[in-house]
Design a protein around this ligand. Structure first.
Ligand code: ZN
Length: 91
């Protein structure tokens, strides 16, 4: 079973108004391929799935929920197909 560790960074600097874009999640970036990229989540854009919902702090690319769903959709049939392959018989 795969375990994904999602680390939420919610610290705020004292005296500074927390912005909705300060939430940062460590995830693989679909743009640069960094496996533990700090990805900023822009809460104010979540009503539009094609907006710049996320920004990768490693490559500074903006991407949307639709981009992430598309990325996952490309892998999903492969994962389903792999589950159909029988495990190699032990010799
Ligand atoms: Zn990136």
């Amino acid at each position: 079973m795969n375990e994904t560790i999602v680390k939420l960074t919610t610290e705020t600097t004292p005296g500074v108004e927390p912005k909705s874009s300060l939430r940062c999640i460590q995830l693989p970036c679909p743009c640069c391929g960094e496996t533990l990229a700090n990805v900023s989540l822009h809460l104010s854009t979540l009503d539009d799935e094609t907006a710049a919902n996320f920004t990768c702090e490693e490559c500074t690319a903006d991407f949307s929920l639709a981009d992430v769903r598309g990325f996952i959709a490309r892998w999903t049939p492969i994962l389903s197909w792999l589950e159909l392959i029988p495990a190699p018989a032990a010799e």
